[in-house]
Design a protein around this ligand. Structure first.
Ligand code: F6P
Length: 553
C-alpha cells in the first residue's frame, strides 16, 4: 500500500496495480484468451456485434471487434472499481487536490458547469467566476464579430491570430478546424505556436496589421515560445501601423492566470481574460483559452459546445462503469497496454474536419499519462501512457494502414465516424463511411489462404496477400459533427485519460518531464548567441554540435 502521506498531499490508499486482485485474475484470464480470434468469437456468438456495444448521448460505441470476451470486460471494469475509480471521479468533481505533485484541484469540469452549480475550491465556489469569464468572452467576441471592436485606425478586425503553444494552441486550433463549418466566413483565424520564426511569418503573411487582433494565450505567462512570438507580433504590428506603440491596445488581448505578467508585457488588464490554476493546459480550451475559437464560431455555438462537454461529464459521473463510455475506452486501452504489450494506439477520425484531433489527443494522453512514478512517488513496474497517433480517413489508408493490416505490431485503433454528412455532396459521405466500416471489417477478419485461393490468386503470391486479421478496433459512431458533439467527444477522451491514470495510479495532471529541456535550452541559448567562443561544459556530442552550429549560423 502506498503511504497515506508523501510529505505533501494525501494520496488514495489503493494497492499498487499489480497487487489488485482483479489484475491477477486478468493475468490468468489473458493466458486463456490471448490466442482467441475475432473470427471465432463472432462465429460463436452471432449477437456479439450487438452485445458488446454501449450507447449514450447520441454516441454509439462498438467494442465488439476487440480481443475481449464479456468476462474480460467484467474483469477490466472490476479492476477500475478496485482502483478506486468511483471515489476518484467524485474527488475530481468535488475539487479535491487530485493533482498531488502540484497540490492542485483538477476542475476542467467546472468550466462547463451550469450557472447554478456549486463547486468548492478551498471553500470558495468557483462556478460564478467561470460564468463571469464566459460572459466577458461572449461580450468581447460579439463586439469583434459585429464590428464594434475596431482596430487602432478604425478598421474592422478581419484576422485573429492566436499565439500560444501546447494546450494554449492545440485545443483552440483543433476545435477551430473541427468547427470550421460553423465559423464566420469573413474572419480568418490563424495560429502561431512554434519558436521557429517561420511559423509567425507564415501565419501573418498577407495580413493587414490594422485589421489583425492577436490573442496571446499562456496559462503561466512564462512560456518562451509564446512570449517571444508575442513580442515579435507587437513589433510587427507597431511597425505596420507607423510606429505607434499605443496601437497595441486595440490589437492585443491576453488569456492567462498571471495578471502581473500580462500587465508587465503591456497588455491592459481590462483586455485580459482569466482562467485558473485548477485548469490544466491540455484541458483548457473550453476556458478563456478558447477565446479565438469563440470569436470564430460565436458565443452561442461555444455554449452549445459546453453543453456537450457537460453532458459527457454527467454521463461519466453517473453511468454504471460497465456502460460508461470513457471507462470502456480506458479499460480497453489498459488491456492492450498492460496485457498485450501494445505500445501505441491509432485514432482515426473519418471526418476531414477532425484532422487535428489526433495531435490534440497526443498532448492530452501523452502529457497526462507519460509518467514513471505512482501517486506515492514510487517507480512503477508496469507500462503507463499510450503513444497516440493518427490521421483522418481515408488519407491514412493510403499511407500507414498497411502496417496496421499486415505488419508485426499490434495497433489497436479507434475509428470515429459521423452518420450525417455536413456536406451531402454526391456519394462522398457514403463512400467515406463505407471505407471506415470496411477497414474495421478487414482488420478484424482479414483474408485467408482459402479465400485468396478461391479468388484465383496465384499460389506463389498468396503469402504476401494473406491478412491475418484479429487486429482490434473500436468504432465510435456519432450522429453529426456539431459544437455539441465535439464537446462530448473531447470530454470522452479527457475522461478516458483520467480513468487510465487512475488505474495506473499516476498523477495525470502534472508535466514535470518537459521542464528539463526548457532548463537546458536556457543554458544553451547564450552559448549560441555569444560573440566570443563560449567555454562549453556539456557532453562531447552537445559541445561539438554547438561549435558546428556557431560556425555555420
Ligand atoms: O511545457 C508544457 C506546457 O506546460 C503544457 O502543459 C502547456 O499546455 C504548454 O506548456 C503551454 O503552457 P502555457 O499555457 O503556460 O504557456
Amino acid at each position: 500500500m502506498p503511504p497515506e502521506e508523501v510529505g505533501g498531499p494525501s494520496v488514495p490508499a489503493v494497492p499498487s496495480l499489480e497487487d489488485r486482485p482483479a489484475f491477477a485474475e486478468l493475468q490468468e484470464h489473458f493466458q486463456e484468451v490471448r490466442e482467441l480470434r475475432l473470427k471465432e468469437l463472432f462465429g460463436q456468438d452471432p449477437q456479439r456485434g450487438v452485445a458488446l456495444t454501449a450507447a449514450a448521448l447520441g454516441f454509439y460505441l462498438d467494442y465488439s471487434k476487440n480481443r475481449v470476451t464479456s468476462e474480460t470486460m467484467r474483469l477490466l471494469v472490476r479492476l477500475a472499481q478496485e482502483s478506486g475509480l468511483p471515489e476518484r471521479i467524485e474527488a475530481m468533481f468535488s475539487g479535491a487536490r487530485i493533482n498531488v505533485s502540484e497540490q492542485r484541484s483538477v476542475l476542467h469540469v467546472a468550466l462547463r458547469a451550469p450557472r447554478d452549480a456549486v463547486i468548492l475550491v478551498d471553500g470558495h465556489n468557483v462556478v460564478p467566476q467561470v460564468h463571469q469569464a464566459l460572459d466577458q468572452m461572449g461580450d468581447f467576441a460579439t463586439r469583434v464579430r459585429d464590428g464594434r471592436w475596431l482596430g487602432h485606425t478604425g478598421k474592422r478586425i478581419r484576422n485573429v491570430v492566436n499565439i500560444g503553444i501546447g494546450g494554449s494552441d492545440l485545443g483552440p486550433m483543433m476545435a477551430y478546424e473541427a468547427l470550421r463549418d460553423y465559423a464566420k466566413v469573413d474572419l480568418a483565424l490563424r495560429f502561431v505556436s512554434n519558436i521557429d520564426a517561420s511559423d509567425f511569418v507564415e501565419a501573418t503573411r498577407g495580413l493587414d496589421p490594422a485589421e489583425t487582433l492577436f490573442v496571446v494565450c499562456s496559462k503561466s505567462w512564462h512560456t518562451l515560445e509564446t512570449l517571444t512570438n508575442a513580442e515579435t507580433a507587437r513589433d510587427w504590428l507597431v511597425a505596420g501601423l507607423g510606429g505607434e506603440r499605443q496601437a497595441t491596445a486595440r490589437h492585443f488581448v491576453a488569456v492567462s492566470t498571471n495578471q502581473e505578467g500580462v500587465a508587465e508585457f503591456g497588455i491592459d488588464p481590462a483586455n485580459m481574460f482569466p482562467f485558473w490554476d485548477w485548469v490544466g493546459g491540455r484541458y483548457s480550451y473550453d476556458s478563456a483559452i478558447g477565446l479565438s475559437l469563440m470569436i470564430a464560431i460565436g458565443p452561442e455555438r461555444f455554449r452549445e459546445m459546453l453543453v456537450g462537454f457537460r453532458a459527457m461529464d454527467e454521463h461519466f459521473r453517473t453511468a454504471p462503469l460497465e456502460r460508461n463510455l470513457p471507462v470502456l475506452l480506458a479499460v480497453l486501452a489498459v488491456w492492450y497496454n498492460n496485457f498485450f504489450g501494445a505500445e501505441t494506439q491509432a485514432v482515426l477520425p473519418y471526418d476531414h474536419y477532425l484532422g487535428r484531433f489526433p495531435a490534440y489527443l497526443q498532448q492530452l494522453e501523452m502529457e497526462s499519462n507519460g509518467k514513471h512514478v505512482d501517486l506515492a512517488g514510487r517507480t512503477v513496474g508496469y507500462q503507463t501512457g499510450q503513444i497516440i497517433w493518427g490521421q483522418p480517413g481515408t488519407n491514412g489508408q493510403h499511407a500507414f494502414y498497411q502496417l496496421i493490416h499486415q505488419g508485426t505490431k499490434l495497433i489497436p485503433c479507434d475509428f470515429i465516424g459521423f452518420c450525417e454528412a455536413l456536406h451531402p455532396l454526391g456519394r462522398h459521405h457514403d463512400l467515406l463511411m463505407a471505407n471506415l466500416l470496411a477497414q474495421t471489417e478487414a482488420l478484424a477478419f482479414g483474408r485467408t489462404v482459402e479465400e485468396l485461393t478461391a479468388a484465383g490468386t496465384p499460389e506463389w503470391q498468396i503469402p504476401f496477400r494473406v491478412c491475418d486479421g484479429n487486429r482490434p478496433t473500436t468504432t465510435i459512431l456519432i450522429d453529426r459533427l456539431t459544437p455539441e458533439s465535439l464537446g462530448k467527444l473531447v470530454a470522452l477522451y479527457e475522461h478516458k485519460a483520467f480513468v487510465e491514470g487512475v488505474i495506473w495510479g499516476i498523477d495525470s495532471f502534472d508535466q514535470w518531464g518537459v521542464e528539463l529541456g526548457k532548463l537546458l535550452a536556457d543554458r544553451i541559448t547564450p552559448e549560441l548567441e555569444s560573440r566570443l567562443d563560449p567555454s562549453l561544459e556539456h557532453d562531447s556530442s552537445t559541445n561539438e554540435l554547438i561549435r558546428r552550429y556557431r560556425r555555420l549560423r
